[in-house]
Design a protein around this ligand. Structure first.
Ligand SMILES: NC(=O)c1ccc[n+]([C@@H]2O[C@H](COP(=O)([O-])OP(=O)(O)OC[C@H]3O[C@@H](n4cnc5c(N)ncnc54)[C@H](O)[C@@H]3O)[C@@H](O)[C@H]2O)c1
Length: 393
């Protein structure tokens, strides 16, 4: 089969998401598996690593060479020059949210296909403007919607398609874990400090409501309808954190948020998102769905179900130890396939979209819906009000 090499300029690749999920677990793995088949060709990614510091890019390039057994990819600190280079057919951005618009605009101007992390911008107006810029320049464009390919959520989606739940009554998502503030020397923070500064595009609402939007639309939308209104509460739980230089800074962005999203007219999807919670549940994200015929709890990989006939009949009696083990009576959903890394799965679809014109509905305009939900979530919280979610034209 003919090999079709495709140059991918990867910006922000020294960061957490860029290095781990996109470069090492997606692009490198695609190279290692021998590319992606599409339209009678084998698409072979050729990454170029872009960032602000050559010193930080070089070791990453060496890691790629070691993992693929090939030459280290080219590195550059000249992002504008690299976007203009005819060898870059795809521009990818995983830098911080505030820097994304400039990269998107440069890619559109140069007529390059554009793929990027979410959120695409910090305001809805900016997100819609960027979607329009891509559309008017006619470039193929896409946004990371990784949670749609989590094995647990794929199993959940399969249950919905098979009508397992009967009528879906409610959805409850619980996301989060403890992100250390940095005050304990032996427990450095696990996330970058900009996440906790509103002025730098941080905040758990901007980060997570984008995900909740496409999960609600993509997994539940067909049967429950779109998100029509929401109520939300945002809070700065830990007002001071320690940055990468060991300096204390005031946390100005919320690190916990609690939302009720109404789907259609009647299905309530309640989502807790917190970086200040300790986990005592099956996984870092769990989504429980209750329906007339059965319920399910999905985590990142696993999904368990309880049918109507397996449903226990508990009796409220705090005077004696609980007689029922509520974890019994749930059955794991068997995998239907060998699941790949969620980011890699979407990368493969984007590569096929660019090379073989296969459909890819997760465009910047779709990504703007997540930014809309985040913006409305912050508004609902500050106004202490239910807010309508208008359809985006
Ligand atoms: N899909 C997901 O599940 C997911 C999860 C976490 C973060 N994200 C998104 O990914 C993006 C990156 O997040 P992260 O956690 O990897 O952050 P990070 O801070 O670890 O990495 C940010 C990257 O951007 C670069 N950068 C920072 N300032 C820059 C500037 N002024 N100019 C150019 N480059 C600059 C950094 O050098 C680094 O390479 C964010 O937009 C975030 O919302 C997505």
């Amino acid at each position: 089969m003919r090999e079709r090499r495709i140059g991918i300029l990867m910006n922000g690749v020294t960061g957490r998401m860029g290095a781990n999920q996109h470069l090492m677990r997606s692009i490198v793995e695609i190279i290692r598996q021998g590319g992606v088949q599409a339209g009678g060709e084998t698409i072979m990614p050729v990454p170029v690593l872009a960032g602000r510091s050559e010193e930080r890019l070089r070791p990453l390039a060496d890691r790629v060479a070691e993992a693929t057994g090939g030459e280290p990819p080219r590195v550059t600190t000249d992002i504008a020059g690299a976007i203009a280079d005819p060898a870059s057919e795809i521009v990818f951005d995983a830098s911080t949210t505030q820097h994304r618009p400039r990269v998107i605009e440069m890619a559109a101007e140069a007529g390059k296909a554009l793929y990027c992390e979410k959120p695409i911008a910090t305001t809805l107006a900016e997100a819609l403007r960027l979607a329009a810029v891509c559309e008017s320049s006619g470039i193929k464009n896409g946004v990371v919607h990784d949670k749609l390919w989590l094995p647990g959520l794929l199993k959940l989606r399969g249950l919905i398609e098979r009508g397992f739940f009967g009528r879906i009554l409610s959805i409850r998502g619980d996301f989060g874990y403890w992100v250390f503030s940095g005050h304990d020397a032996e427990q450095p923070p696990q996330r970058p400090s900009w996440n906790y500064r509103a002025e730098d595009g941080g905040g758990i609402i901007s980060d997570m409501y984008c995900h909740w939007r496409y999960v609600l639309d993509g997994v539940f939308g067909d049967v429950c309808g779109p998100v029509t209104r929401l109520a939300s509460w945002a809070n700065v739980d830990l007002p001071e954190r320690i940055d990468e230089q060991g300096k204390a800074y005031p946390a100005t962005a919320e690190d916990s948020a609690y939302a009720m999203f109404l789907l259609g007219n009647s299905v309530m999807a309640q989502f807790n998102s917190s970086w200040c919670t300790r986990v005592r549940r099956d996984d870092l994200l769990t989504i429980q769905v209750d329906g007339t015929e059965g319920s399910a709890v999905a985590g990142l990989r696993e999904c368990c179900v309880q049918t109507r006939s397996d449903t226990p009949r508990p009796v409220w009696n705090p005077d004696i130890p609980q007689a029922i083990d509520f974890y019994e009576g749930w059955t794991p959903v068997e995998p239907e396939a060998a699941y790949d890394n969620a980011f890699k799965a979407q990368w493969e679809l984007f590569l096929r979209h660019v090379v073989a014109d296969e459909p890819f509905p997760w465009s910047l305009r779709e990504g703007a819906k997540g930014v809309q939900l985040a913006e409305l979530g912050l508004r609902a919280s500050s106004e202490r009000a239910w807010v309508d979610v208008p359809e985006l034209s």
